[in-house]
Design a protein around this ligand. Structure first.
Ligand code: ADP
Length: 424
């Protein structure tokens, strides 16, 4: 069809030129006749071109001008294409409208950013929560409006696996949780949720645990003091009473350990940390931890040190010592006699590692994801018998969080464990 229309158009030019030639020859000038024929062709095409131009510029939504042949086909095709585009556009506009309506209905803030991080669109919740003003703020970079250095760091780091919790930029009393999602061509969607109520509840829980633990400290110290006095007199007491006093002493010590661990955890959660950070001599620290672990093991385990680096780490020596001691003491308490326990200190291009390795019975991998939860124990009886509070690995996790480090646990039944502290 297309070829036929095209050849018909060529025939039309040839025919008009030939007719011009013949008529020109009759009146004595074939050349003039040919020029006249070609001018007629040109005039026809110019006329159609003008019609096309007027249609597209003045009435693009109206029916196309009437035409035959190639021009008619061109007009029809353009009209059909335009109509298709208009339908797609309307459909897209309706979808966009629905998306905007549903985002408007959301109670969470939604802010769409372009690939440069400039504001493109936001819902009314974002206007209220983040104080965005439509006219002035569109096209501004997000970090010009949310200037908290923690948000700027989070935004630029491009690692959005975990949300960021911050006070609202317009109301200090409101706590917002930001989550950024990358989509499309490096565009970003910033969502913010008001978690003030949840935050307050969490704060109340922490304060409650810290206060109760604190209040329990004094009565427990008094109890422990009296029990010690009575145990000194145990020989003068009837044997049954002597045994009870021994048991009461053991339980009081357990409660004291529990209260101490709960207080330590509360402190790690409440206070931001970082004030006492200084370079730590890890070699010396591991020597101290190994000595403490040997004292606990009472020569029933072999404890080795493999120190492969003399680098120093920035951090709180007291907190890191408590974390690594927890790992080393667990290795002593949960492995049978004559087990080998090794503390490694390694530094390479990927980072720094403190590894506590033992060749005990190993833990079934199903427990590993939950080991750092408070009071999670693989074998409750064994943990209690060895004096465990169930909070040791939770403390380790919190200390490491404050040092930008991670705890990696690798353990298989029958093959021992590796508890590694990684710092980048
Ligand atoms: P606990 O005070 O009970 O030791 P932790 O949080 O320190 O609490 O440890 C949680 C659980 O992880 C322990 O109860 C124990 O079952 C297991 N665990 C920790 N370290 C080891 C280890 N080196 N070998 C075997 N099991 C371990």
């Amino acid at each position: 069809m297309r070829v036929r229309l095209w050849s018909r158009e060529i025939w039309r030019v040839l025919w008009l030129s030939a007719l011009g030639c013949v008529l020109g020859a009759i009146v004595g000038s074939a050349g003039f006749g040919l020029a006249l024929g070609l001018a007629a062709c040109l005039g026809y095409h110019l006329y159609q071109l003008r019609a096309l131009y007027r249609w597209l510029t003045l009435h693009p939504h109206d029916e196309p001008p009437a035409a035959v042949g190639l021009w008619g086909e061109l007009f029809d095709r353009l009209y059909r294409y335009q109509k298709g585009q208009r339908i797609t556009q309307n459909r897209l506009r309706a979808t966009l409208g629905r998306i905007q309506e549903s985002s408007e209905a959301m109670r969470d803030s939604v802010v769409m950013l372009d690939s440069h991080g400039d504001l493109e669109w936001w819902n009314s919740a974002a206007a209220k929560m983040l104080g965005l003003k439509t006219a002035q703020d569109r096209g501004q970079h997000i970090t010009n409006l949310l200037r908290d250095p923690r948000f700027v760091g989070y935004f630029n780091a491009r690692d959005y696996g975990e949300p960021l919790t911050l006070a609202s930029p317009i109301d200090e009393r409101r706590i917002l949780q930001y989550q950024i999602t990358l989509y499309g061509d490096d565009e970003r969607l910033v969502m913010a949720r008001d978690i003030t109520r949840l935050h307050r509840l969490e704060q109340m829980r922490r304060d409650f645990v810290a206060n109760v633990s604190h209040e329990l400290r004094t009565p427990l110290t008094v109890l422990a003091g009296y029990l010690e006095t009575y145990s000194d007199l145990a020989e003068q007491l009837p044997p049954r009473l002597g045994r009870s006093i021994g048991q009461m002493q053991a339980q009081t010590t357990r409660m004291q350990n529990l209260v101490d661990d709960l207080l330590l955890l509360s402190r790690l959660e409440i206070d931001q940390g970082g004030d006492d950070h200084a370079p730590i001599d890890i070699d010396a620290l591991l020597h101290k931890v190994a000595d403490d672990a040997r004292a606990l093991a009472k020569e029933q385990h072999d404890i080795h040190l493999v120190l492969g680096s003399n680098a120093q780490l920035m951090g709180s020596e007291q907190e890191l010592r408590s974390a690594i001691s927890n790992l080393a003491f667990n290795a002593v308490r949960y492995t049978p006699e004559d087990s080998q326990i090794t503390l490694h200190w390694v530094c390479d291009a990927q980072g720094a590692y403190i590894v506590v390795e033992d060749d005990g019975d190993g833990i079934d991998p199903v427990h590993i994801p939950r080991l750092t939860e408070r009071f999670y124990r693989v074998d409750k009886g064994r943990s209690t018998a060895t004096g465990g509070t169930g909070l040791g690995l939770a403390i380790v996790k919190h200390v490491l969080l404050r040092h930008d480090a991670q705890l990696e646990i690798d353990s298989h039944p029958g093959k021992g464990h590796v508890f590694a502290v990684t710092s980048l």
